[in-house]
Ligand binder design. Structure first.
Ligand SMILES: Cc1cc2nc3c(=O)[nH]c(=O)nc-3n(C[C@H](O)[C@H](O)[C@H](O)COP(=O)(O)OP(=O)(O)OC[C@H]3O[C@@H](n4cnc5c(N)ncnc54)[C@H](O)[C@@H]3O)c2cc1C
Length: 641
């Protein structure tokens, strides 16, 4: 049992840490904290935590069931296990268990209440608690349960109970019965925390975590207090006028444009708030029905992954958000609506623009017509089909072979480095099926304007990557600029011309035309309820330098903008976005990669393993993870359109 406890605790600590490091999501804190306590000695704590997490995520009826089941479990398990019946601890609850339980509950209460302390539900909750407390305290005094001094203490405690009730459940109390049930639950918890724990300690004694020593009249008092406070709060929330500045007056329409990392990240976070009582209609409009997991896009171009497996249907990721498949053509901030191509205008109160970036050819001649871009899953599939088509042609046509088998990638950032490595692996992975082509025939060229590839990484890792690619036979042209392209050649500004049928352009992206500047809180200045996140937005960091256009930033900005939209709808101030990049991971093919994570450098197979694990973990949905794993188990295929 002890070792199971330790293993569970260690697992929770690791899961919590991974969550904290990768996403800093609040559950990460809870898991980590629970793990630490379990490793310490309290095996039951994770039950509390998991129950709390499930309860907070589930729907109404499931939530009610979980609350009942969790309460029964917590109340009976120690008895069933006959724990704690030691001579020095007459309680049916082991002292460690009780103490840690309190710690966890206190921790969760502080974390959950902290951001809401100024809210109207907390204020009204404490007033409702005070009113119910007056009545219950009078009854208790009549029964000789409390004296005058304890009256004041009890009233303070009643106001606190009301504040907790308002903070946790306030916005979610949807009818009198539900308010009564929530009140009873809080009253029950108050009995354990107040009557059995804090009050005895305040009166100079010890906590009384025993059924025997517990005063059942006090239990009745607490349950009565909670049971009265809930309905009183419900009525108060209904009756008290909600000032527009502090509480939303009607259901707000939140529209998100773009179904990528930023848009879906925002929608998922808003759903989290919806489950906790935020009153809003959330609609996501995107011209793609799925969210593309771009870190695996080069794998699609390289034929290692199926296009559908790295795309996750937006509808499958969102449960409380309305989805509209369409392209937004115009944002009208005057009428507060967005115009969907071929459809009606969609009105909004709050608008999140997350439309990403588009390739930029800097006006270079021939690029728009002849270069391949790597932005969408269609781009990647088109490139793969094109390369396989060239292999077919080159197998038969010896004269044109050098031109057919020369592959040029422009841009030595992570997208370009990954693309050239994947193309190399694709061609060499299937070459044995084309007997007319010798392994030395294909030529791969990476053209980069800077003096070193992968400028996102330290110089030493960039040099390592360059050496790895070069050793495989990939030519790296540094300080060279593509100046134009035709169907059969790429021209360089420095004078050379490379005969090729394949130019992959990763050397320029620009914010989408609907994109815009945003302030540190992700608000579009003068936008009147418009926010912008991800690649389409220029968002200044604390030092004024804009955040880089990466998925990890877009995802965090999506969450942050949802927090800010929810804050504004609840009459609070939005917070500035702060995020320090975790680092960069770049796959170089052949089971090698380079990684720089929070200043730590990794290269070779270890970096590749981290890269695989991190991106598999980050890929949404178990189904997609399993499909990608299956793809990786098989060799590359040569069937193409
Ligand atoms: C090949 C490649 C590899 C990459 N690898 C990494 C990596 O390893 N790590 C990393 O951090 N970043 C990586 N990135 C960068 C990362 O993909 C972007 O930073 C990230 O996708 C930006 O997220 P976003 O939400 O701003 O935009 P996107 O994810 O591009 O989403 C934009 C969404 O808006 C939709 N849209 C566009 N226009 C409209 C319109 N008019 N109306 C409605 N919907 C519209 C699009 O369909 C899309 O769903 C890579 C990018 C590429 C291209």
């Amino acid at each position: 049992m002890k070792w199971i406890g330790y293993a569970l605790g260690a697992g929770l600590v690791v899961a919590g840490l991974v969550g904290l490091v990768m996403d800093s999501y609040p559950e990460g804190w809870a898991l980590w904290f629970g793990g630490v306590l379990v490793v310490h000695d309290a095996v039951l704590v994770p039950v509390v935590l998991l129950a709390g997490l499930l309860v907070s995520r589930a729907d109404r009826w499931v939530r009610a069931g979980l609350i009942v089941a969790g309460t029964v479990l917590l109340a009976t398990l120690p008895t069933v296990l006959a724990w704690g019946r030691r001579p020095d601890n007459p309680s049916i609850l082991p002292l460690d268990y009780g103490r840690n339980l309190l710690l966890v509950m206190g921790f969760l209460a502080v974390v959950s209440l902290a951001p809401r302390l100024r809210s109207r539900t907390v204020g009204l909750g404490s007033l409702a608690g005070l009113a119910a407390g007056l009545l219950v305290a009078s009854l208790m005094a009549v029964n000789g349960m409390i004296d005058l001094g304890q009256w004041a203490l009890f009233l303070g405690h009643a106001a606190l109970l009301g504040a907790v009730l308002g903070g946790f459940f306030g916005a979610r109390l949807y009818n009198l019965a539900n308010a009564f049930a929530c009140g009873l639950l809080v009253g029950l918890l108050a009995w354990v925390l107040w009557q059995l724990t804090l009050l005895p300690v305040l009166l100079g004694g010890h906590p009384m975590w025993t059924i025997q020593s517990g005063d059942f009249r006090a239990l009745v008092g607490e349950v009565l207090l909670g049971g009265l406070t809930g309905p009183l709060l419900f009525v108060a929330l209904r009756r008290a006028p909600a000032p527009a500045a502090t509480e939303q007056a009607r259901i707000a329409r939140v529209v998100i444009v773009g179904g990528g990392f930023g848009g879906v990240g925002a929608a998922r976070r808003l759903e989290w708030f919806l489950a906790r009582g935020l009153r809003a209609d959330v609609t996501l409009i995107s011209d793609s029905t799925s969210m593309l997991f771009t870190p695996m896009l080069a794998g699609v171009a390289g034929g290692a992954l199926e296009p559908r497996h790295v795309s996750v249907p937006v509808r499958a990721m969102l449960t409380r958000t309305a989805f509209v498949h369409g392209r937004v053509e115009k944002i009208d901030t005057a009428s507060r609506s967005v115009q969907v191509a071929g459809g009606a205008a969609v009105p909004y109160d709050q608008l999140v623009v997350a439309v990403g970036s588009v390739p930029s050819f800097h006006g270079l001649p021939g690029l728009a017509e002849h270069a391949f871009t790597l932005k969408t899953v269609e781009d990647a599939a088109r490139l793969r089909n094109h390369v396989l088509g060239l292999l077919e042609a080159a197998d038969l046509d010896e004269g044109q072979r050098p031109e057919l088998l020369t592959f040029v990638v422009a841009g030595g950032g992570f997208a370009g480095a990954e693309a050239v490595a994947e193309l190399f692996d694709l061609v060499h992975g299937v070459l044995h099926r084309y007997p007319g082509i010798r392994p030395e025939d294909p030529r791969f060229v990476l053209v980069h304007a800077g003096d070193r590839i992968l400028p996102e990484l330290s110089a030493s890792l960039g040099a390592y990557a360059r050496e790895k690619l070069a050793r495989r036979g990939i030519e790296i042209l540094l300080g060279r600029h593509v100046s134009g392209a035709s169907a059969r050649a790429v021209r360089l500004r420095e004078g050379d011309e490379i005969a090729t049928r394949t130019l992959v352009w990763t050397a320029g992206n620009q914010p989408h035309p609907l994109g815009t500047e945003a302030d540190g809180c992700l608000r579009v200045p003068g936008g009147n309820g418009v926010w912008a996140v991800g690649d389409c937005a220029r968002i200044p960091g604390p030092d004024g330098v804009p955040y880089p256009p990466t998925a990890q930033h877009a995802l965090r900005q999506g969450k942050a903008v949802a927090d800010n939209v929810a804050a504004v709808l609840s009459g609070r101030e939005p917070a500035a976005f702060r995020y320090r990049s975790l680092g960069v991971l770049v796959a170089l093919g052949h089971r090698t990669a380079v990684a720089e994570i929070r200043g730590r450098r990794l290269s070779g197979f270890a970096a590749w393993a981290v890269w695989r694990l991190v991106y598999l973990a980050k890929l949404p949905r178990l189904e997609n993870k399993l499909r990608v794993l299956t793809d990786l188990a098989f060799p590359r295929d040569v069937a193409h359109d």
